[in-house]
Ligand binder design. Structure first.
Ligand SMILES: Cc1ncc(COP(=O)(O)O)c(C=O)c1O
Length: 365
C-alpha cells in the first residue's frame, strides 16, 4: 500500500520534526545526575508554588471533561487585561491560537508573510492549509524593517505574522515602527502578533499590538508556557475583535485545553509576584551572560526575551556536543535555517548560568 499517493500534496512539503532526546535518556547515555536544559526558553524557576498546590487539590477531577468554554479563565483574563471576555480565546498553547487564525482565514494559494529567521511552526501551519509561506529576511543585526514586510504584500496576502519579541533573535518591533506599519495595512489582511515573550521586554519603546486590536484585524497570541512556567500544561490565549474570534471558535476543538491547565493558568495569573521574580532573574542572568560572553569572545544579539542568540567564531556543533556531555543542553540554530555558528541559549537560574559559563570557558580553551 502506497500511502504517498493518499497523503495531501501540502503535507508532503512539510519536513518531519526532529525532537531532542528526553532528559532521562541523556542522563542515562552520559551517566550524569543533573541536566540543565537551556534549549526551549522555559522558565528556569519552574512555576508559581501556588499552581502546584492547586493542581494537587484538583487531581481527583481528571475523570471529568474540562469546561470547554474556559468560563473562569476567560473571566480572570478579562479582569487582568481589562477587556471583554468575548475578545479572548483560549488555546492549547499560544501556538494553537496562531494555528486557529491561519486555519480560519487562509484559503489555499493565499500568502502568509512572516520574518526569517523566526519561530519554525509558522511555515508548517501555513503549508498545512495549502497557503504560501512568504519569508522576510530580518536585517543584518536581526532587527525588524517593517517596510520590507509591506513590500511583500500582494493581492494574495491574507496574514502577516510579527513575532515580537522574535524567537530566536530576541529582537523587537518598536512602537513607532508598528504604528506606521499598521496604518498601511489594508482591511483584507490580518496581523498576528505573536507575543509569547512580551512579559520579559525591558525596552520602553516596545510595540505590543494590544492598544490597536480593537480597530484593526489583529490577533495577539500570548502564552502561559514562558513567564508563567506552564509549558507542559499547554495553555495560551488570543486577543482580538469578537468578529474575528467567533470564526476561530467555530473550529476550536471543544476540549482543546485541560481542566488542570485552566485552573493552573487562573492561579498563575493571580501570582504576579512570581512573574516579577522571573523577570528579575532574567535581567540578572542576561547581564551576567552578556558580560561573560564578551570575555569569551562570543558574539551575541542583545535580547528582549528569555534567551540569547549567540554566534561562535566557528561551527558550534562540537561545542554543543561537549556541553551536552556535561549535562547542559542548548539549541543549535540549523533547524531555524541559520548557519552552524549560531546557538540559542535560554537564560537560566544564576547557578545554571554560572555552570554554563564554567563549561564554556573550559571547552573554548
Ligand atoms: C515565538 C513563539 N511563539 C509561540 C510559542 C509557543 O508557545 P506555546 O507553548 O504557548 O504554544 C513559542 C514557543 O517556543 C515561541 O517561541
Amino acid at each position: 500500500m502506497n500511502v504517498d499517493k493518499l497523503v495531501r500534496e501540502e503535507i508532503k512539503k512539510i519536513a518531519p520534526y526532529v525532537p531532542g532526546k528526553p532528559i532521562d535518556e541523556l542522563k542515562r547515555v552520559y551517566n550524569i545526575e543533573k541536566i540543565v536544559k537551556l534549549a526551549s526558553n522555559e522558565n528556569p524557576l519552574g512555576c508559581s508554588p501556588k499552581v502546584i498546590e492547586v493542581l494537587k487539590e484538583n487531581l481527583n477531577e481528571i475523570n471529568r471533561y474540562p469546561d470547554g468554554s474556559c468560563y473562569y479563565l476567560k473571566k480572570e483574563l478579562s479582569n487582568f487585561l481589562k477587556i471583554p471576555e468575548e475578545e479572548i480565546i483560549v488555546g492549547s498553547g499560544s501556538s494553537e491560537v496562531i494555528s486557529l487564525t491561519i486555519e480560519a482565514f487562509v484559503n489555499p494559494g493565499e500568502e502568509v508573510i512572516y520574518p526569517f529567521p523566526s519561530f519554525i511552526i509558522y511555515r508548517i501551519l501555513v503549508l498545512k492549509v495549502g497557503g504560501i509561506p512568504v519569508e522576510v529576511l530580518l536585517e543584518d543585526n536581526f532587527s525588524y524593517n517593517l517596510d520590507k514586510f509591506l513590500e511583500k504584500i500582494t493581492s494574495k496576502t491574507k496574514i502577516i505574522i510579527l513575532c515580537n519579541p522574535n524567537n530566536p533573535t530576541g529582537t523587537i518591533v518598536y512602537k513607532d515602527q508598528l504604528e506606521k506599519f499598521l496604518e498601511k495595512i489594508p482591511d483584507n489582511i490580518i496581523v498576528i502578533s505573536d507575543e509569547a515573550y512580551f512579559e520579559y521586554v525591558e525596552d520602553e519603546n516596545f510595540g505590543t499590538c494590544f492598544p490597536y486590536y480593537k480597530n484593526k484585524n489583529i490577533v495577539i497570541a500570548r502564552s502561559f508556557s514562558k513567564i508563567y512556567g506552564l509549558a507542559s500544561l499547554r495553555i495560551g490565549y488570543g486577543i482580538g475583535r469578537k468578529e474575528i474570534l467567533d470564526y476561530m471558535e467555530r473550529i476550536r476543538p471543544p476540549f482543546n485545553t485541560t481542566g488542570l491547565a485552566q485552573i493552573a493558568a487562573i492561579t498563575a495569573l493571580k501570582d504576579q509576584d512570581f512573574v516579577k521574580k522571573s523577570i528579575e532573574n532574567n535581567k540578572i542572568g542576561k547581564n551576567f551572560l552578556y558580560e561573560n560572553f564578551k570575555k569569551l569572545g562570543i558574539e551575541y544579539i542583545p535580547t528582549e526575551a528569555n534567551f540569547i542568540l549567540c554566534k561562535f567564531k566557528k561551527d558550534a556543533t562540537e561545542i554543543i556536543k561537549e556541553l551536552e556531555k556535561r549535562g547542559i543542553i542548548v539549541r543549535g540554530m540549523k533547524s531555524f535555517g541559520l548557519s552552524n555558528e549560531y546557538v540559542r541559549i535560554t537564560i537560566g537560574t544564576q547557578e545554571e548560568n554560572e555552570l554554563l559559563i564554567n563549561f564554556l570557558t573550559k571547552i573554548l580553551k
